[in-house]
Design a protein around this ligand. Sequence first.
Ligand code: FEO
Length: 396
Amino acid sequence: MGKKITDKVTWVGKVDWELKNFHGQEYSTNKGSSYNSYLVRDEKTVLIDTVWLPYDDEFVNNLKKEIDLNEIDYIIANHNEVDHSGALPALMREIPNTPIYCTENGAKFIKAQFHKDWNFVTVKTGDTLDIGSSTLTFVEAPMLHWPDSMMTYMSGENILFSNDAFGQHYATESLYNDMVDNSELYAEAIKYYANILTPFSKLVTKKIDEVLGFNLPLDMICTSHGVIWKNNPAQIVEKYLEWANDYQENQITIVYDTMWNSTKKMAEAIADGIYSADPSITVKLCNVSLDDKNDVLTEIFKSKAILLGSPTINRGCSYAVAGIMEMAKGMKFMNKKAAAFGSYGWGGDVVNQLSTLLKDAGFELVNDGYKTLWVPDNDQVKSLNEYGASFVNSLK
Ligand code: FEO
């Protein structure tokens, strides 16, 4: 069912409440998601983006209830990733000659995905499409978050169709940001930024500055996932500028795994030490084997420093700790300090290995780490308290 946004714009996407993982298993979507597609009706009719492949027939059938497909003059593909381009083949079977407006990379990628030579019209920043009383202006946004990404601005309605930017994996039947629980909304928005956009933060700032420089009136940001930012749409733009600027809160996250609770005991003793040294700091403990990996990554994103702990397993660390550090490395976090800790039994090198993982992921090490043979006794717990306190002091 289409949902009317303005007299000229109708949401024709798909809300996917059942989606629990995205990008394979790379991103947990505990709150589902949506694939937002928009039908723009002026003197010309335009479809902006489609939906994920499994919903292609449903999408085309619903679209037919909204409009005679032959009345669609143009398709705009802001981004070719399959969650937005997946229904193109089904749609193009019905209207094979309809021009598809996209970036040069977009055309290349869509061809390479679907192996069809459709009627591509490639556009660059500043190119426009006159559709009657409104004009659509294209803004390339390479690496935000793919090389082909772009946004489309609609004059008159003052809408920025931003695609993935400003989105959230958040299923809702309500269309707008002021119609949902805002703590949930912001939790999903920051998770999305932390897990998808962090590596491109410098480009985020540059692109937002560029778009703000156009001084365009902005009534709504129509994203491709989650809510439409209608109530004060600038709020999410301001948040992005904040998040893109080496974001950190007054938080330390202790990221660890444990086998027989020795490393867990160490983590808790360090947390006590941090609290006693500075109760104003938020300390969070994340067991990476138990916690959602993307939530852990979000906590790291919010932290000014982390402590990484693992027991020694065979000759290395736990697979979950290694995995989260591989993800953290990809995020290219900036301006974050760190140290390692862990318990060992046979070989005691795990702390050095964790320190190397932290360094390789771009964290600044503040000490050589702390290791304990088997289970920490009371004296060691006290010493770990002191280690936590000295870690805090080294951040000053
Ligand atoms: Fe929502 Fe990059 O696809």
